[in-house]
Design a protein around this ligand. Structure first.
Ligand code: GLN
Length: 192
């Protein structure tokens, strides 16, 4: 399987190394033609305004929107913001996923945290109990989801932090910063 990682800014190397561990071929995407022939794409965490502005500068906005209508895309943290259709402020967004996000919902960098969350869909890739160590770094919350959006994970206070709409996935946290490959395995299942 050939998977792209949007390599404009952020944690794309970390995604790449997990995907390669799982046997996927990885392409770093910086220009529209890099999307040719890919089966799926990951948009990493980082800074969503920066990723959005660079995507505009490199002429990637429309090609990414087009790609996402036919292929799987997973956005982690800033990537989930970029996938969303509403982030409460003017910034370039793909608008592919029917979710509204609140950026920096937990406060500043010092308010970053880690928590074990139950993510039932991970049972499809492993017999392990579906508890996933989730790292939140200046993370967004998914505050509203459209009717075609499935909720994959919530915090203990019921706030949504992972969702799926067809072949689009959004997580507020960073599976690429752990050693646990299950979320990436799940994404590869969505791609297939
Ligand atoms: N705070 C960042 C943003 O709003 C996201 C942070 C991250 O990706 N870890 O884009």
């Amino acid at each position: 399987m050939e998977i792209g990682v949007l390599a404009l800014q952020g944690s794309f190397h970390e995604h790449q190394s997990i995907l390669e561990k799982l046997g996927a071929q990885v392409v770093q995407v910086r220009l529209p033609h890099d999307l040719d022939g890919l089966d799926g794409l990951i948009i990493p965490g980082g800074e969503s305004t920066t990723i959005g502005k660079l995507a505009v500068d490199f002429g990637l906005l429309e090609p990414l929107q087009h790609f996402g209508k036919e292929h799987a895309i997973w956005g982690t943290c800033a990537g989930s913001i970029f996938l969303s259709k509403d982030a409460h402020r003017q910034q370039p967004l793909l608008g592919l996923m029917d979710i509204q996000v609140e950026r920096n919902a937990f406060g500043r960098q010092v308010d970053s945290f880690e928590i074990d969350l139950e993510i039932p869909v991970l049972q499809s890739v492993s017999n392990k109990k579906p508890i996933f160590h989730s790292i939140f770094i200046r993370a967004p919350l998914i505050e509203k989801v459209g009717k075609n959006v499935e909720i994959l994970a919530k915090l203990p206070n019921e706030k949504v932090v992972a969702a799926r709409q067809g072949r689009l996935l959004a997580t507020s946290f960073h599976p690429e910063l752990t050693e646990d490959t299950r979320f990436h395995q799940y994404f590869l299942e969505v791609v297939q």
